[in-house]
Write a protein that binds this ligand. Sequence first.
Ligand code: SAH
Length: 472
Amino acid sequence: MGKTTMNTLPLFFKLESRPVLVIGGGEVALRKADLLDKAGAIITFVSPEYAPRLTAQFCQTRHTLIHDSYHQTYLDKQTLVIACTDDEAVNAQIFHDCEARFIPVNVVDNPPLCTFIFPAIVDRDPITIAVSSAGKAPVLARLLRAKIETMIAPEYGKLAGLAGKFRDTVKTALPNVTARRKFWEQAFEGQVAETVFQNQPNSLSKAESQLLELLKHHEQTQPTDKSQLGKVAIVGAGAGDPDLLSFKALRLMQQADIVFYDNLVSPPILELCRRDATKIYVGKKACNHAVAQHQINALLVEHAKLGKRVLRLKGGDPYVFGRGGEEAETLAQAGIDFEVVPGITAATAAASCAGIPLTHRDYAQSVKFVTACLKTDTMNDNFEGLLDDSQTVVFYMGLKQLERLTDGLVQAGKSPQTPIAIIANASLPNQQVLTGTIEDIVAKQAHAQLPAPAILIMGNVVKLHQTLGQHP
Ligand code: SAH
């Protein structure tokens, strides 16, 4: 069995005209009954006595109030059961009786005796947003709900209602899925939505005509081959900490139909991608490629041609040792629309997170990003360009080559006392930093065994780690 990573699965239950049993007659029963009533359920209440407010609200309606103690025969033909008696033993009995009959049951405020829970709800009918803490922190769930309430204007419900009304019309007018998606995106992000949000007395009818106008326009501009093509976003996911993503990266991650990601993309970042997007690992480690680059390029083109919104999610920045350039070239040649979103590259992430400024007026006037690993899978041994002591040098993909790199530098004339740092897992909770000189770092690393991915920063700025490294 796979690991459970979700405590409960949010589902939206259709209760209209379905029988629901509420056992209890107090204020709690009243609160739950209010919700069930809104959802159209037909409630049977069972309780020896009822709060006057409950009686006033629910007697002589489609619901039934039975004056009796709980008995298991009341469970017959019920879709859901809610127990809120003030007797713990009765509540527990109800839970067990329901479990035996596979009826979903909720004993109010008693998470262990619930097979489903009531989330905190943001109601923008027909849009419903449910927030749950799986019974662990209901107050926090409610606070979050309040936050969401302020973010989602009530007019969103109206907008969704409008879309529902025209769903079939649009489907007939635009049989092509991509064309339809583009239409709705334009409606929800453009004038139609604006008009609904203005919330004037005639807003809805005005928005309806705008929607039909937009539809006519989309029908007339019959999709050419080009407009049926999807789009590729080559997105930098940063060094690993999800907090370092850009808003734009996050937005595109949440829109993607399919995601191709590297091994440098951390699991919490991948979690932020659209839940029902297909996620495909095309990882490659340093010089060792799991999926050849030309295959990745071909996959991007192929899926864009199917009309998908393709996300190429890469560690760090796509255009810094990320082969984003090669992917973009292929897309440009294939005539596919693409955009590139920068990410925080390992060098700057490591620098900030380890307390090693890349430049500093006292120590370094320039900085160089160098790969230790060439396309031919050989080492980059162009050491002559790295001898300037007023320049910081950052090596990507250098950990495996550490010994040859430091030896080569010393042989080329670099001072053996030149400070160097290894930063592994920069920006992540398991970040590690090791400092030394190019003379002793190999021995230190043999002992410390910092893992990949790791980046090397060489130069006098490394001295600042001692004072700045303690302030994460
Ligand atoms: N495009 C990426 C670099 C890809 S090359 C970027 O802009 O960061 C892969 C190399 O990046 C690794 O070998 C390592 O040197 C470095 N790297 C990537 N993520 C890292 C991290 N979280 N910590 C340290 N080094 C990292």
